[in-house]
Design a protein around this ligand. Structure first.
Ligand SMILES: Cc1cc2nc3c(=O)[nH]c(=O)nc-3n(C[C@H](O)[C@H](O)[C@H](O)COP(=O)(O)O)c2cc1C
Length: 311
């Protein structure tokens, strides 16, 4: 759908700064969201620490850091420091369903108590320097909660409301509920961004919403790094060759700069990269048990010379 904003979703443990930099070289994504960092009142990070967190980012204007917080003091401190470091927008994570997050009244727990979330926003927004983007779910335990959530956000002017179209209780299971999203999002005074299960450009068709700002894509962007360009109708060139370069560039970065865990990190990415090969299961099976960097690199070379991609 040309004309819409395309955002890369935050994926903790999967996507980080080197991935983002190489994806920027491919193009098609307007903004890339960093996985969440805790913005707690008790752990107010100094600018130096935040600067290190952003180290290596090629373009800070397209990066959106995400904060996990239920503290106005903590959120404002981190967000305003990030602004001084060049970030024009921050995202508030109000969608994380992990039990250890929810138990501390952070992430999706904030959708269960709209009164206190509203009070937090009332305190934060007047003093916030960067633009505010918020990432939510359809509800905590039911999509029936969605319209009350939208209404609460209608009291504020924010940059966008990004909706992962599942409930928190669903976590990542079942299909994302596009129709519940469209019905509820129509009532939003803020612009909305759809998120959930977009794996091809055609998945962005059929959203009849005047206030739709764009799409956020997570796992689908690892399997197909050209999805942003395809959504925008841009020329993608020789995708098979570009895909190989993308995978190898990321791998080289990890093998040069990464820690002991580099092979495991790459294996997580290959769970998705392998979806872009015609024999997906066979390709991933070749890498599943490998622990050694050199052998891993050899097998990856073999995969690219012997297996056909879908591009
Ligand atoms: C491994 C993993 C890590 C994630 N980390 C975050 C995170 O740090 N912050 C966040 O808001 N969502 C996080 N999510 C949710 C995604 O951003 C996204 O909302 C979800 O995967 C649905 O989009 P997709 O179907 O395009 O992947 C994570 C999801 C996965 C699978």
């Amino acid at each position: 759908m040309p004309g819409k904003v395309v955002q890369l979703a935050p994926l903790l443990g999967l996507i980080d700064i080197p991935f983002i930099n190489y994806l920027s070289e491919i193009g098609g994504f307007d903004e890339m969201f960093l996985p969440y960092m805790l913005a707690d009142e008790k752990s107010l990070a100094h600018r130096g620490i935040l600067r290190r967190r952003l180290a290596g980012v090629n373009n800070r204007k397209t990066i959106v850091p995400q904060l996990l917080s239920n503290s106005a003091v903590g959120f404002l401190h981190f967000a305003n420091e990030l602004y001084e470091l060049g970030c024009r927008k921050v995202n508030w994570n109000m969608g994380c369903p992990q039990p250890f997050v929810v138990e501390q009244n952070r992430g999706a727990a904030m959708l269960r108590n709209l009164e206190s979330t509203k009070a937090l926003l009332e305190t934060v927004l007047p003093k916030l320097k960067p633009e505010l983007s918020v990432k939510i779910r359809l509800g905590y335990s039911s999509a029936d909660e969605f319209s009350a959530i939208i209404e609460m956000f209608n009291s504020f002017e924010i940059s966008e409301l990004i909706v992962h179209a599942r409930t928190a209780v669903q976590q990542y299971s079942g299909e994302a509920d596009r129709s519940a999203f469209v019905i509820g999002a129509q009532k939003s005074k803020n612009l909305v961004v759809y998120n959930g299960d977009i794996v091809s450009a055609s998945d962005t068709n059929g959203f009849q919403l005047l206030n739709l700002k764009g799409f956020m894509i997570g796992r689908g962007a690892i399997a197909n790094p050209f999805i942003g360009q395809q959504i925008k109708g841009e020329e993608c060139g020789n995708m098979a060759a570009r895909f190989q370069k993308f995978c190898i560039d990321i791998q080289s970065w990890y093998f040069e700069h990464g820690t002991q865990g580099s092979v495991n990190r790459l294996k997580e990415l290959w769970k998705y990269f392998s979806k872009s090969f015609k024999l997906e299961n066979e390709v991933f099976a070749l890498l599943r048990e490998v622990a050694d960097k050199r052998i891993f690199a050899e097998i990856v070379n073999r995969i690219f010379s012997e297996y056909e991609t879908v591009f």
